[in-house]
Write a protein that binds this ligand. Structure first.
Ligand code: UN1
Length: 515
């Protein structure tokens, strides 16, 4: 299975990929990392790391290629992206399965993620004919004003392990129609998905005669990451990851006055009012908190439920959690795979322990799974967990984002209190309300800004699973960036205001006379 997948995706004979890895042995080279299967703890393949010199070469190539690529008409760049989207359609299942193998999300979600890249490719094709600027009336006679959007330069794209394909897609598909070249620094936990994804895009680009449009650098934060964020040749760094990482990237890029697009952590809550469709709320909450084993930035981490329905809803939720099939993420019917690695399991255990010490009650889960059968015994499996917060509604650990399937349950009396609780964390990515009352829904979306303070706000839907058509991202410690749909394309271009005189008389703005 693994070998056939690697072959189909062109990774079996790839110069960067070493497929004859056995056991836990690191290949005999210090510039090689192992891509591990989190469901078994066994290596899938080795990948050679880029050095500082490789980084320099790749960046120089991206800068050089940009000079020509920007001259290609935008709709023609759209044609490139259209062909890339189709190339992903051809390997939808294989690429989705590779993700599953490498980072452990279930196959349906792996395929769903590649679909998200295809969707953004389709979106970007249309966008390539709509890189619109405005015209505005000049205050001077015989003058015209307009703004135009111009290609920006090479874009540095830093991605996390949890969305190893689509987050690059959000950036790269738009960047390409905008006329930018891309250099991708993937997570060292998902290098194979990066190589397979990028090779397809660049193969299609090469077929159209465009070289070095899509490149990647696989390396450590110290060598590759630091070089990239400090490098003026990247006018834009788009980075996805933890708030800690984002603070460092943001400060470093700001120091050189570059642009940053940050998509960082979330601590997303679901509010459920007493008049909500509870069946819908239940199903959505299970997907939102257990999907991707709690490793989405949009995962539901807090449930804020009206006190009158809390006990009953928790009973049902516990029952639903206990039916979630945990196992090999490639197997049909499995709903939850492993966490990415042992550190994540430890972070999960630490959060559960802290919650108990802080007075909370574990309603279900709370421990790693030690009796997985066969090969899965070496995997990083944990039980999806529901933790009931003490009636004081105080639980410091719940203010932190733990990248694991832990849902903390809070209760409220008034909607105002619920919205305050929802907004009381440092992050501001995603939020949701389940309610049957239109007034409550509208108060959650209050146009004065007094409702949810997040970048994403859902009504009668869970916190995860955004469509690509909207702008994706969040406020506060989530970093403020917006990716994918709406007008997120503007981040990948520079704006120029053009004022054109077409008469023979000098006219100064603000009516200034200078004679
Ligand atoms: C992420 O977890 O970094 O809204 C991205 C969602 C997905 C994207 C998640 N469309 O859950």
């Amino acid at each position: 299975m693994t070998h056939a997948l690697l072959t189909k995706l062109g990774l079996d004979n790839h110069p960067r990929v070493i497929t004859d890895v056995r056991g836990d042995e690191t290949p005999e080279k210090d510039n090689v990392i192992l891509s591990m299967n989190p469901a078994t703890g066994k290596p899938i393949a080795g990948v050679t790391l880029d050095s500082k010199e490789d980084y320099e070469r790749i960046t120089a190539q991206a800068a050089e290629a940009f000079k020509e690529f920007r001259k290609i008409p935008a709709p023609k760049r759209g044609e490139l992206v259209r062909r890339i989207g189709n190339a992903y359609r051809d390997v939808l299942e294989e690429l989705g399965s590779l993700e599953t193998l490498e980072m452990g999300k279930i196959k349906a979600e792996g395929i769903g993620e590649v679909q998200e890249t295809i969707d953004i490719a389709d979106f970007a094709v249309g966008q390539s004919r709509q890189l619109w600027g405005k015209t505005m009336p000049s205050e001077r006679p015989e003058h015209a004003m307009k703004e135009q959007w111009l290609p920006l330069g090479p874009v540095g794209i830093i991605t996390a392990f949890n969305f190893p394909n689509a987050v690059w897609g959000w950036n790269a598909m738009l960047a390409a129609v905008c006329g930018d070249t891309c250099v991708w620094k993937p997570s060292l936990m998902a290098p194979l998905t990066c190589i397979a994804t990028n090779e397809i895009a660049q193969r299609v680009a090469s077929e159209m005669g465009y070289e070095n449009i899509f490149q990647y650098v696989i390396g450590t934060d110290d060598i590759v990451g630091e070089s990239m964020i400090n490098d003026k040749r990247y006018p834009l760094i788009s980075a996805t990851g933890s708030c800690r990482m984002g603070r460092h990237v943001g400060a470093t890029v700001a120091k050189r006055l570059g642009k940053c697009l940050l998509e960082l952590g979330g601590n997303n809550a679901v509010i459920i009012t007493e008049d909500a469709n509870l069946d819908l709320a239940l199903k959505s909450t299970v997907f939102g908190s257990v999907g991707t084993a709690g490793q989405r930035c949009t995962t539901s981490r807090r449930l804020i439920i009206h006190e009158s329905i809390a006990d009953d809803f928790c009973d049902k939720l516990v029952k639903a959690y206990e039916t979630v099939k945990i196992g090999d993420p490639l197997e049909d019917g499995v709903l939850m795979g492993p966490l990415i690695n042992e550190q994540s399991v430890q972070a999960y255990e630490h959060a559960v322990k802290s919650a108990k010490e802080q007075g909370a009650t574990v309603l279900t889960g709370g421990e790693r799974i030690t009796d997985m059968p066969g090969e899965l015994a070496g995997g990083h499996f944990v039980k999806p967990t529901i933790i009931r917060v003490p009636s004081s509604n105080e639980l410091p650990i719940a203010m932190e984002e733990t990248f694991a399937p832990i849902l903390y349950v809070f209760t409220f009396k008034t909607l105002e209190e619920a919205i305050d609780m929802q907004n009381s964390v440092d992050q501001g990515l995603s939020s949701a309300i389940f309610t049957g009352a239109s007034n409550s829904a509208q108060r959650f979306l209050d146009p004065s800004g007094a409702g949810s303070d997040c970048g994403l706000a859902y009504v009668n839907l869970g916190t995860s699973g955004a469509e690509i058509g909207g702008a994706f991202g969040g406020e506060k410690d989530t970093g403020g960036g917006r990716e994918s749909g709406s007008d997120a394309w503007k981040a990948y271009m520079r704006r120029q205001t053009c004022t054109i005189g077409f008469g023979d008389t000098l006219a100064l703005a603000q009516g200034i006379k200078f004679e």
